[in-house]
Design a protein around this ligand. Structure first.
Ligand code: CTP
Length: 404
């Protein structure tokens, strides 16, 4: 059963015109059962997808629809409407609404409220995958991020339009988790943190790849712990075994090069935590067709080096995160190797662990780490990965809040 985690919080919900608007009905219930009040605003297009009657019945409040409603202007002007809320939540944020927000339009009630508000704004984008990938939407997204808007999702998956990919609106409970984070009072509230996780897959041909044994468990636990302290988390993951964390922005990638591109797009962030087991090398010439077996002939693979994402981000002259944390998976001389790695990469901390098979750490549920910083090496007791993650998140919070 849910608890009253949002007791007394006031949410102004701007419902945009997309098929995902139907999820708002459930979202309103979920927010209210946690104690929040929801004041709904619908765009004209939204009314094509859900009726104002359903929305107001679930919200227990009348739906605001018109900019030029004189009686309402007398009772509560749209400026005031936008300011009494603790959070303005735009669900679904369509490509059109995002463009209007990024461009500062104010030609209906929803966009006028968004322009007039001085409260935090969160959007849950939903649109066709090509619209999401379109440079205009991506440009608008970074403008909105720069304006301080928090973005939840979108998820990847089957879409109502029959296509597959990113663009599907986050599920109601994921949005609730993001709202709880945004309105909570965790020490990382207002901070944006990037976490890389999982292995990478380096293709040999269309059916074969080179990978490693990383399960993504530690990176996932870190993303969850940072989220629980109130951070906005961007989670860039390779094809990991464990379930994706909820309430964070998940970006799925395959290869080291994809991961690098996703990381660079996610910047700027306050902290970058590089827990992924990125392949150091990729196959130099990926075959476009499946390599066939030929009697007496063995394929010879040549390798080339992958971009070192941690090193590149650590050494950025402009836009370097205030805190960069790398990981070191070693099998011997853990402290010596990890200390050298910290210097080589240029990161602030290295979380080093011994991944010799006898430790059972890689792919297991526990971790034993040594934290290497400019103050030296600190050995942490072996503990569940979730516990290690919480401890690390607390340290990150302490470092980020003392730096500002
Ligand atoms: N890393 C990265 N990009 C790479 C390789 C590694 O971002 N292409 C990051 C990992 O996420 C991790 C740290 O760097 O935080 C691990 O470095 P590692 O691969 O162990 O470093 P190497 O310099 O390759 O060291 P080694 O000689 O032990 O392989």
């Amino acid at each position: 059963m849910s608890t009253m985690t949002l007791a007394g919080k006031r949410i102004l919900m701007v419902i945009g015109g997309g098929i995902a608007a139907y999820k708002c009905l459930d979202l309103i219930r979920r927010l209210r059962e946690r104690g929040a009040s929801v004041t709904p605003v619908m765009t004209r297009a939204a009314e094509q997808f859900v009726t104002p009657l359903s929305v107001s019945a679930l919200a227990g409040e009348e739906v605001h629809r018109d900019l030029f409603d004189l009686t309402k202007e007398a009772e509560m002007g749209h400026i005031q409407l936008s300011r009494v809320a603790d959070l303005v939540l735009v669900v679904p944020a369509t490509a059109d609404l995002m463009a209007k927000m990024a461009g500062g339009h104010a030609n209906d009630l929803a966009t006028t409220l968004l322009m007039a508000t001085d409260t935090p704004v969160m959007i849950a984008p939903a649109m066709n995958v090509r619209m999401w990938d379109h440079p205009a939407t991506q440009r608008n997204l970074s403008v909105l991020r720069g304006d301080g808007v928090t973005v939840v999702g979108p998820n990847s998956g089957d879409m109502a339009c029959g296509e597959f990919g990113p663009g599907r609106m986050s599920e109601p409970l994921e949005i609730v988790a993001a709202v709880e984070t945004a309105l909570g009072d965790g020490p990382l509230r207002g901070k944006r943190v990037l976490v890389t996780s999982g292995p990478t897959h380096e293709p040999i041909d269309p059916v074969r790849y080179i990978a490693n044994r990383s399960s993504g468990a530690q990176g996932t636990a870190i993303a969850e712990a940072l989220r629980d302290l109130g951070a906005e988390v961007v989670f860039v993951t390779g094809p990991a075994d464990v379930a994706r964390p909820s309430g964070v922005q998940v970006i799925e990638v395959q290869s080291a090069r994809d991961m690098r591109a996703a990381v660079m797009t996610a910047l700027p962030v306050d902290a970058g935590i590089f827990a992924a087991a990125v392949a150091d090398w990729r196959v130099a010439r990926e075959s476009g067709s499946k390599i066939k077996k030929e009697a007496g002939k063995l394929p010879v693979l040549e390798f080339e080096e992958n971009p070192d994402i941690l090193r590149e981000v650590s050494r950025l002259e402009v836009g370097r995160p205030a805190l960069v944390v790398g990981f070191a998976a070693e099998t011997d001389d853990v402290v010596a190797h990890a200390t050298a790695k910290r210097a080589r990469k240029g990161c602030d901390w290295i979380v080093a662990n011994d991944v010799s098979p006898a430790t059972g750490i890689m792919g297991g549920t526990e971790n034993a780490v040594v934290l290497i910083s400019e103050d030296g090496a600190e050995t942490w007791p072996r503990a569940a990965k979730a516990e290690v993650a919480r401890k690390l998140a607390d340290r990150i919070a302490a470092a980020l809040t003392s730096a500002t």
